[in-house]
Design a protein around this ligand. Structure first.
Ligand code: HEC
Length: 155
């Protein structure tokens, strides 16, 4: 009888120990998973923007995507003059955009932003040729900067 209860006792202890090991293991795996997940989700450089700057940046970005939509639509109906105007005014290196790119306090970001807007002017020039293929190639190059910057930076 004594042996039996001892055995049961050990078995229970063992089970508890196993259980808590499994728990530890589980939470460790959970943590690793979590950490891994975070690095998979976002390893981009943060610009550490204030809430105001975030809103400001996002609204400029929404206007960028709108400009791209306009330009594609205008190419499709053959209105290259208007498409060129939009490219220069909205994506080109205007005084406003030049200032804006320098406002975020990151030199690499500024450089990339300026190169992007320069390509916006090149897009405007390409559209002046009224050549669809040249225009789309230039738009493709400009959008390469959207892709590159989004892959590198976050707010
Ligand atoms: C020099 C850097 C840079 C360039 C170039 C750039 N963006 Fe962005 N964009 C950003 C950053 C930073 C964010 C915020 C991303 C984040 O925090 O996840 C952003 C966010 C956005 C958003 C999200 C807006 C919202 O309201 O949530 C859109 C849309 C966008 N960009 C479109 C574009 C398009 C289209 C282009 C090119 C024509 C472009 N961007 C070029 C840096 C850039």
């Amino acid at each position: 009888m004594k042996t039996v209860s001892l055995l049961v006792g050990f078995a229970l202890l063992g089970a508890t120990a196993l259980n808590s090991f499994a728990d530890d293991n589980d939470s460790m795996m959970h943590m690793n998973h979590h950490a891994m997940h975070e690095s998979i989700i976002d390893t981009r450089i943060s610009l550490n923007l204030s809430p105001e700057m975030k809103q400001h940046q996002l609204s400029i970005m929404r206007s960028h995507v709108e400009s791209v939509q306009s330009i594609v639509g205008l190419i499709s109906i053959g209105d290259f003059d208007q498409a060129s105007k939009v490219a220069h005014a909205k994506l080109g290196l205007t005084h406003e955009m030049k200032q804006m790119c320098g406002m975020f306090g990151n030199e690499q970001f500024e450089k990339l932003g300026l190169a992007f807007h320069k390509s916006g002017d090149e897009l405007g020039n390409a559209l002046q040729t009224k050549d669809v293929s040249k225009s789309l190639q230039a738009l493709h190059d400009t959008m390469g900067y959207c892709v590159q910057c989004h892959a590198t930076f976050r707010q």
